[in-house]
Design a protein around this ligand. Structure first.
Ligand SMILES: Nc1ncnc2c1ncn2[C@@H]1O[C@H](COP(=O)(O)OP(=O)(O)O)[C@@H](O)[C@H]1O
Ligand SMILES: [Mg+2]
Length: 363
């Protein structure tokens, strides 16, 4: 096992820079998820670690060894791709144990490893099939198995679950987590799925347009998003984003937001200025049907028009309008006694404020 370090790593294709100064230290044994929208440079970053893509400038180190010029085969890592890249003429079993055979491992040991992986991935009945006789999800699991049976210094995953149905994805997520707990192998996992990131990661690295915008634990990136992009990207349903302005009223600062005017919440004292245009971020779960569900003194009463509601199961999504501004609230199902003219109570202690221009969080 080993740490993985990026030092100001850049990658350009022709004149287009797609990874712009990537700095990150992944500790030995850590599980880091690289999260971002399509095209932001996640796969390119991973492929540079694997040696499938050259590095334009900067350094990548595994442990304290710079691997910029090390051949892919000598990097001691296993990668699971978005596309599975299985050998079509080999059976599932042969695909899984190919690298072990090459490495000269003993037959019984190989068999033990293959059986263990096949069992975990529900592939045991399929071991003698060829890839073309498998569904996409099954092929993906073979690709996982091939990486699992090796014991490399580093695991790299590129959206390995994107072709699975929701149920299997949930199952595989917990298998990957369990596998990591057991093996403790340093892992860099790429996904655009924030649920995967939040459930798997020790730390999440959020990337936008080739740049890291925040690094933190799942709790940190959820509760303290560094900017508007992260606030909107993490959490489902999405954070409500409401344009607002900070204004001076007598000796105090107030926040004008749709048809509301409220004292600037205490957490922003000294952080916001009179005249500043901001975006207020409010998570749907921070909007309530009853005042007593909000800490005393921090409830903002909002008269809303309820447009419709969607039952999710334990909770209900309310699509409402507050002074012409669409907002979404998520409330417990048992609370749902609803009216077209509905009062909602917003917890102002949970507000996030982002500067309108820089989009950075004010906290
Ligand atoms: N071989 C390549 N040649 C030119 N442009 C590429 C190449 N590979 C990726 N890109 C571009 O680099 C950007 C980042 O791609 P990628 O790392 O695959 O994004 P992600 O994995 O985050 O979806 C995209 O705009 C993509 O079109
Ligand atoms: Mg990709």
């Amino acid at each position: 096992m080993a740490s993985l370090t990026f030092k100001n790593v850049k990658k350009s294709f022709g004149k287009t820079e797609v990874v712009k100064g990537f700095d990150l230290e992944i500790k030995d044994g850590e599980f880091v998820v690289l999260l971002g929208g399509s095209g932001c440079g996640k796969s390119t970053t991973l492929r540079m670690v694997a040696g499938l893509e050259s590095i334009t400038s900067g350094q990548i180190l595994i442990g304290d060894r710079c691997i910029n010029d090390v051949e892919p085969i000598d990097r001691d890592l296993a990668m699971v791709f978005q596309s599975y890249a299985l050998y079509p003429h080999m059976t599932v079993e042969e695909n899984i144990c190919f690298a072990l055979k090459l490495a000269g491992m003993k037959k019984e040991e190989i068999q033990k490893k293959v059986n263990w992986a096949a069992e975990m991935l529900q592939l045991t009945p399929l071991l003698q099939r060829k890839p073309k006789q498998l569904s996409g999800g099954q092929r993906q699991r073979v690709a996982m198995g091939r990486a699992m049976v090796r014991t490399p210094q580093l695991f790299l995953f590129d959206e390995p679950l994107s072709n699975l149905d929701a149920k299997l994805r949930g199952l595989m997520r917990s298998e990957i987590k369990a596998l990591h707990r057991k093996l403790g192998t340093t892992t860099l996992y790429v996904t655009h799925d924030q649920v995967e990131a939040m459930t798997l990661a020790d730390r999440v690295v959020i990337m936008e347009k080739g740049v890291i915008t925040q690094i933190g634990t799942p709790h940190e990136v959820f509760s303290k998003p560094a900017n508007k992009f992260v606030g909107g990207f993490i959490g489902s349903p999405t954070m409500n984003m409401i344009p607002a302005k900070v204004q001076q009223k007598d000796s105090k600062l107030v926040l004008s937001m749709s048809d509301q005017e409220l004292p600037l919440p205490a957490q922003f004292e000294g952080k916001a200025q009179a005249g500043q245009e901001v975006t207020v971020g409010i998570r749907p779960t921070d909007i309530h049907l009853r005042e007593k569900q909000v800490a005393e003194g921090s409830a903002l009463k909002a008269h809303c028009k309820l447009k419709n509601h969607e039952l999710l199961g334990a909770t209900v999504l309310l699509n409402a309008e507050m002074g012409g501004q669409a907002i979404v609230a998520e409330v417990p199902n048992e609370d749902a006694e609803l009216h077209e003219d509905q009062e909602l109570f917003i917890d102002t202690k949970s507000f996030h404020l982002f500067d309108k221009n820089s989009e950075l969080s004010l906290i």
